[in-house]
Design a protein around this ligand. Structure first.
Ligand code: GLC
Length: 512
């Protein structure tokens, strides 16, 4: 396990929208370099950058055309190497996004693979042996290639699936994972990883990590075996490199596949969803809404067994949001967000902050851009100031990758820096607290002290630190003995006296 993860706090950067230094309306590597001090002062010491590789951008870069070359719109490979270097000087680690499940249909491997004559890349993707027969259980495309077969898709139409084999082969064109051509795909992905690690990158966020071996079993034994093989390579050659999976199933991702971290992803009705985004059914029952209709036990029922089963193996990670999810500001105001972040940043595992969530950037209703659809509204330019284009770019407003929040009260960094009660300053204070208290970091234990269905507060212990949380607009109490602990940090007001913790409306108390 890379030691630096123990106190890591990640900042996710969607490079298109972070900071544009050459006025072309789109973010760039130089922009990220210029904002490294901001990121460090915020309290983040690690970055995850969404795919920044050469791509036709039909899925915002998740359709990679060249794994080893950056997209010119962000700069050059040398700029990215410089970013690694500058980040390291400031104690910041950098993860790139690895997209191992598919490439763009414009990738040279695919161009070779679709040829009628056999070549080195014939089996690099999944093809049937007949141009009219469908693929059972998977999306596919026919009629577009020289080759007399149809090919399997991993996501959009532009993303043919790379071939890591089928655990249970049912057709003669399906190859087992240990077929030399499937192993060649895996080795090609290792080669991509080594390329970036050798240039100074610190690891990868892995896209659709569960999707590699097809016809896999319930426990994903085929896909997990593949990742374990890759983990062995890392342990041997790059022991400080870190991998986080987009999986959302920590027992598989951490215990079986060997990822260091797995994201707790938002899925309608799951435990994480009940915290901040429980509005799909029409009524908003999110735990962090101040009307207090939420129920923390719905989160704990799912989280606790997963946390308990995986805590010795890796980190199950809390996110404020990501580039696929509606921003938390969609339904929570800044006071509600402060408490939600207080919770996320004091939980075990490694927290991830999505750019702009620290100032409460809004979700924008926008037409789709680069395959974003409803996700587009969470990908708008970072709001640095009240200057032109919110300080994101000096280019013309029509040239921007996406429009900036047009409202007069759009939050921005410069204004929030001046306001000691701002969301931004609360995030800074919370991350400072986490940095100073080992008991609030990735490894320290987590125990539920008081959590009753439809009742508040919620009280939990991290190491020796006791934390109490009341997201509602009512004062709440719980019979909890805090011992000799006193208040180390608070949002709102609360106290622990004579075996009772009392929390005023919307408050958070850290007792040490
Ligand atoms: C992941 C990414 C998403 C992308 C998809 C296909 O879910 O987070 O943005 O569209 O994979 O690569």
């Amino acid at each position: 396990m890379p030691k630096w993860l123990k106190n890591a706090v990640f900042y996710e950067i969607y490079p298109q929208s972070f900071y544009d230094t050459n006025g072309d309306g789109i973010g760039d590597f130089t922009g990220i370099i210029e904002k490294l001090d901001y990121i460090r002062d915020l309290g983040c010491n690690a970055l995850w950058i969404n795919p920044c590789f050469d791509s036709p951008f039909k899925d915002a870069g998740y359709d990679v055309r060249d794994y080893k070359k950056v997209a010119p719109r962000y700069g050059t490979n040398s700029d990215l190497y410089r970013l690694f270097e500058e980040a390291h000087k400031k104690g910041i680690h950098v993860l790139l996004d690895l997209v191992p499940g598919h490439t763009s249909e414009e990738h040279p491997w695919f161009k070779e693979s679709q040829k009628a004559e056999c070549n080195e890349y014939t089996n690099r993707y999944v093809w049937t042996d007949h141009p009219f027969a469908p693929i059972k259980g998977y999306p596919y495309i026919g009629g577009e290639c020289e080759r007399a077969g149809v090919y399997l898709l991993n996501f959009f139409k532009c993303q043919p699936a790379l071939n890591y084999g089928f655990l249970n082969c049912e057709e003669k064109w399906q190859l087992p994972p240990d077929h030399p051509d499937c192993i060649a795909t895996r080795e090609a992905m290792k080669d991509v990883m080594r390329f970036w690690l050798d240039h100074g990158c610190d690891g990868f966020r892995v896209d659709m990590a569960a999707s590699l071996v097809k016809n896999d079993d319930e426990v994903k034994s085929g896909t997990c075996a593949l990742w374990r093989n890759i983990r062995e390579m890392l342990d041997e050659e790059y022991p400080e490199a870190a991998m986080v999976s987009e999986w959302g199933d920590p027992v598989k991702a951490l215990n079986s596949a060997g990822f260091h971290m797995d994201f707790y992803l938002n899925r309608p009705g799951n435990g994480y969803n009940t915290l901040m985004r429980d509005y799909e059914t029409g009524e908003d029952n999110s735990f962090f809404k101040k009307d207090g209709r939420g129920d923390i036990t719905r989160f704990l029922e799912e989280y606790l067994p997963d946390y308990t089963a995986t805590k010795e193996h890796g980190y199950y990670c809390m996110l404020t949001c990501n580039h696929d999810t509606l921003r938390p500001k969609y339904n929570l105001d800044d006071e509600e967000l402060k408490l939600a972040y207080a919770f996320l940043f004091t939980m075990p595992g490694v927290p991830y902050l999505y750019y702009g969530d620290e100032i409460g950037m809004r979700y924008q209703k926008l037409p789709t851009k680069e395959g974003g659809y409803h996700r587009t509204g969470s990908r708008t330019p970072m709001q640095w100031s009240a200057e032109i284009n919110a300080g994101f770019s000096t280019g013309s407003a029509d040239a921007l990758y996406l429009p900036v929040d047009p409202t007069a009260d759009a939050p921005n960094v410069a204004a929030q820096e001046m306001d000691e009660n701002s969301l931004l300053n609360t995030v800074k204070a919370l991350l400072k607290l986490r940095r100073e208290e080992e008991d609030l970091q990735a490894d320290a234990g987590f125990e539920v002290i008081y959590a009753e269905s439809k009742r508040l507060p919620f009280v939990y212990r991290r190491g020796d630190i006791l934390i109490a949380l009341n997201p509602s607009a009512e004062t709440t109490t719980a019979a909890v003995e805090a011992g000799s602990r006193s208040v180390r940090f608070s949002i709102g007001k609360g106290k622990a006296e004579n075996g009772t913790i009392t929390l005023e409306p919307q408050s958070f108390l850290v007792l040490k």
